[in-house]
Design a protein around this ligand. Structure first.
Ligand SMILES: C[C@H](O)[C@H](O)[C@H]1CNC2=NC(N)=NC(=O)C2=N1
Length: 103
């Protein structure tokens, strides 16, 4: 279980988004869509993200489509708000994206 985390303010979210090109806020979710040259690379990236999520004990909704993957995350434990945990996961996903050919 994580220590209690606080929701980020709108200003904090805006500042942190500036450091994460491609990511947006849709309602209460921090989101990004990735595109791939094939379906299997997208599926492999899902597995890699799953491993990171288990390491962090923080889990996004991952929607695998045809050559695309949508990531959407917020923090359930405080009622579905965006926190530093969500940005932490987003940065970890960004670190691996290029190696999967995601753009
Ligand atoms: C017990 C465990 O720490 C919690 O259930 C974790 C698991 N993964 C999680 N993922 C997300 N996105 N939000 C959470 O609050 C959350 N809580």
């Amino acid at each position: 279980m994580h220590a209690q985390v606080e929701p980020l303010s709108d200003e904090e979210i805006r500042d942190r988004l500036a450091e994460l090109p491609g990511w947006t806020v849709d309602g209460t979710l921090l989101c990004r869509r990735y595109h791939f040259r094939g379906h299997l690379p997208a599926a492999v990236m899902v597995m890699h993200i799953a491993r990171i999520q288990e390491e962090l004990d923080h889990h996004a909704d991952l929607t695998l489509g045809y050559n695309r993957l949508a990531v959407a995350v917020n923090t359930h434990s405080i009622g579905g708000r965006i926190t530093a945990l969500d940005f932490g996961l987003a940065h970890r996903i960004e670190e691996i994206a290029a190696a999967h050919g995601a753009d």
